[in-house]
Design a protein around this ligand. Structure first.
Ligand SMILES: O=c1ccn([C@@H]2O[C@H](COP(=O)(O)O)[C@@H](O)[C@H]2O)c(=O)[nH]1
Length: 293
C-alpha cells in the first residue's frame, strides 16, 4: 500500500489524534533563521540550512505529535533550499512523524488547486501531511485544497486569529451578517468537521489561533465556537513571542484539548547539539502535555 493510499484510508484528523494521544499535543517548528544558523556555527547558505534541518529531523523525528517546517526560511535559499525542505519533510515522514508545512497559501480557486497539488497531492514534490492556508481571498477560494485534502486524507490549517497584532484589523472586522471575520472562519471549519467521530480528539480541518490571542478570544467570545468546530487548533507563538501553554489553557477553555501549542525559536535555541535539542523539545512537550492534557 502506498503512503497516499494509507493516508486516504485514515484521515488526517484520525492520524493527528493518535499522534497527540501518543506524544502529547506539542508542535515544534523548524525555522532556520539566519541568526540561528550563525548561533549553531553554520554558514548562512543552503549547506548550512541542510545541516540545520537534518539535525532537527534527527532530534525531533519520532518524538512529537507534529513538526512544522516554516517554508519561508527554506525558500530564501532558492531551489537548493526547496530541495532541503523536500528532504526534511521526507526524513520526518520516514521517522513516522506528521508534518505540517507552514506556507500560508491563499489565492483564487484555480491557483489554489496548484498549491494543493504541490504539497498534498499523491505525487506532490514537496509533500506534507498538512499545510497552512489563508482564507482572506474568501473561504470559498479554498475549495480546491479542501477537496484534494479530503480525497487524499491530508489536513489544512486555516488562519483565523493570527499571533501578530496586525491581524486584528482584518480578523476582528464585522461582516454584514453581524459575525466577525474570525467567527465566520471558525463556523465554516465547524461545518467541514461535522462528521468527525465523537471518540476522535480532532477532525481533519484545523484553524490557526495564536497562543498570544487570549484577549481576542475573550473579546470575540470565541472559546465555545472553537470547541464546537472540532478542528485541531494550531497555536503558534509559544516561547519567543511570549505565549505560554498556561495562557492557552486559560483562553481556550473547553477547546484546550484540541490545541497544538507551537514553539520554534525557543526550542531551536538549544542547538546545535542534537541531544540538547531533543532534551529541550522533551521538556517543552512534557510541560505542554501536563498543562493541556
Ligand atoms: O499566527 C501565526 C501563524 C504562524 N506563525 C508561525 O509560527 C512560527 C512561530 O515561530 P516562533 O519562533 O515560535 O515565534 C513561525 O514560523 C511563524 O511564521 C506565527 O508565529 N503566528
Amino acid at each position: 500500500m502506498t503512503d497516499a493510499t494509507t493516508a486516504a484510508t485514515e484521515g488526517f484528523g484520525a492520524r493527528l489524534s493518535a499522534a497527540m494521544d501518543e506524544h502529547g499535543p506539542l508542535c515544534v517548528g523548524i525555522d532556520p533563521h539566519a541568526q540561528l544558523l550563525r548561533d549553531w556555527g553554520l554558514p548562512v547558505d543552503a549547506s548550512g540550512l541542510r545541516e540545520f534541518a537534518l539535525r532537527c529531523v534527527e532530534a525531533f523525528g519520532g518524538q512529537v505529535a507534529v513538526v512544522k517546517p516554516q517554508s519561508a526560511f527554506f525558500e530564501q535559499f532558492g531551489s537548493r533550499g526547496v530541495a532541503v525542505l523536500e528532504e526534511t519533510l521526507d526524513g520526518l515522514r520516514d521517522a513516522g512523524t506528521l508534518t505540517l508545512l507552514d506556507v500560508k497559501r491563499g489565492d483564487v480557486g484555480s491557483t489554489m488547486a496548484g498549491y494543493a497539488a504541490a504539497h498534498l497531492g499523491p505525487d506532490a514534490p514537496v509533500h506534507a501531511d498538512a499545510i497552512t492556508v489563508s482564507p482572506f481571498l474568501g473561504f470559498g477560494s479554498l475549495a480546491p485544497a479542501l477537496d484534494l485534502a479530503q480525497d487524499v486524507g491530508a489536513g489544512l490549517f486555516v488562519l483565523a486569529l493570527t499571533s501578530n497584532p496586525e491581524g486584528h484589523e482584518v480578523q476582528h472586522a464585522v461582516r454584514p451578517d453581524g459575525r466577525t471575520v474570525a467567527r465566520s472562519i471558525v463556523d465554516a471549519v465547524a461545518e467541514l468537521n461535522a462528521d468527525t467521530p465523537t471518540d476522535q480528539r480532532v477532525g481533519d480541518i484545523g484553524l490557526v489561533v495564536g497562543a498570544t490571542t487570549g484577549a481576542a478570544i475573550a473579546e470575540l467570545d470565541l472559546a465555545e465556537a472553537l470547541a464546537a468546530c472540532r478542528g485541531p487548533l494550531l497555536a503558534p507563538g509559544v516561547g519567543a513571542q511570549g505565549g505560554t501553554v498556561e495562557d492557552i489553557a486559560d483562553a481556550f477553555g473547553a477547546a484546550a484539548r484540541q490545541v497544538l501549542p507551537s514553539a520554534s525559536r525557543s526550542v531551536l535555541g538549544a542547538g546545535p547539539d542534537t541531544s540538547a535539542l531533543r532534551k529541550a523539545l522533551q521538556a517543552t512537550a512534557a510541560h505542554a502535555a501536563r498543562v493541556l492534557g
